[in-house]
Design a protein around this ligand. Structure first.
Ligand code: 5SP
Ligand code: CO
Length: 224
C-alpha cells in the first residue's frame, strides 16, 4: 500500500477557556479538527504549568473517538508514559533535550501502544532529532520557545522543516507555535503537514473556516 502525506490540523487548547475543556474540545472537533494537541507542562522543562494525565483521562471519558496527541514539555518524559497511555492518549510527543536515552523512551511509548513524536526547541539543531527518525512516527519542529501560547512565529525554523522534507519525503512533520492564517504559507511551502494552531483557531470568529483554510493551504502544497 502506498503511503501518502496528509494535511492534518491539530488545535492546541492551551489558550482556550480551560474551565470548559470538554465543550471547547468538542467544538474544535465539530469544526473539523483532525486531532487535539494537548500541551502538558511541568513547570521545570518550561516556566509554565498546565495539566497532566488526570485531566486528559477525564477528557477521554467524554470524547471517545478523537485522536489525542500530548505535547510533553516535561523534564522526565519517561515518567508519564504509563499514565498517559492509561488515560487514552494516541500519540506521545516529547522533547528530546532533557532525555538521556531517547531510543528507550521511544521504545517504551510504542510498547504502550501509542505513536511516538520527537520534538525540538528552536535552539536545538535538526541533526539532534534526525537520529531518531527511524524509531519515531513524527518530528515536531517548535516555531516558538515552548511554554506559552500566543507567541510570534519564528520563520527561521523553516530551514529545519525544509531539510527534513527534502530528505524524508513521507515523514510526518509537525510545526507548533504562532501558526495561523498569516504564517501557514511558510509552513506549507517548507513541507510541514501536521499543523498545531492555538490562538489563531481559538480566537477565530469562524473556527471551521480557519481550520479549513489551514488544511487546504497545506494540502495544496503537498499536492504540488
Ligand atoms: O506548545 C505550545 C507552546 O509551548 C503550543 O502548542 C502553543 O500553545 C500553540 O499556541 P499558539 O502559538 O498557536 O497560540
Ligand atoms: Co504544543
Amino acid at each position: 500500500m502506498t503511503r501518502h502525506l496528509k494535511a492534518l490540523i491539530g488545535p492546541s487548547i492551551l489558550n482556550a477557556d480551560l474551565s470548559q475543556l470538554y465543550e471547547e474540545s468538542q467544538k474544535l472537533l465539530d469544526n473539523g479538527a483532525d486531532y487535539l494537541h494537548l500541551d502538558v507542562m511541568d513547570g521545570q522543562f518550561v516556566p509554565n504549568l498546565t495539566f497532566g494525565h488526570p485531566v486528559v483521562k477525564c477528557l477521554r471519558g467524554k470524547i471517545k473517538d478523537a485522536f489525542f496527541e500530548t505535547h510533553m514539555m516535561v523534564e522526565k518524559p519517561e515518567q508519564w508514559i504509563t499514565p498517559m497511555a492509561d488515560a487514552g492518549v494516541n500519540q506521545y510527543t516529547f522533547h528530546i533535550e532533557p532525555v538521556k536515552d531517547v531510543i528507550e523512551v521511544c521504545r517504551k511509548v510504542r510498547e504502550h501502544g501509542m505513536k511516538v513524536g520527537v520534538a525540538i526547541k528552536p535552539g536545538t539543531p535538526v541533526s539532534e532529532v534526525e537520529k531518531y527518525i527511524s524509531i519515531s512516527d513524527m518530528v515536531l519542529i517548535m516555531t516558538v520557545e515552548p511554554g506559552f501560547g500566543g507567541q510570534k512565529f519564528m520563520e527561521n525554523q523553516m530551514a529545519k522543516v525544509q531539510y527534513l522534507r527534502e530528505n524524508y519525503p513521507l515523514l510526518d512533520i509537525e510545526v507548533d507555535g504562532g501558526v495561523g492564517p498569516s504564517t501557514i504559507n511558510c509552513c506549507a511551502n517548507a513541507g510541514a503537514n501536521m499543523i498545531v494552531s492555538g490562538t489563531a483557531i481559538i480566537g477565530s470568529a469562524d473556527q471551521a473556516a480557519t481550520i479549513k483554510l489551514l488544511r487546504s493551504t497545506v494540502q495544496d502544497a503537498i499536492n504540488k
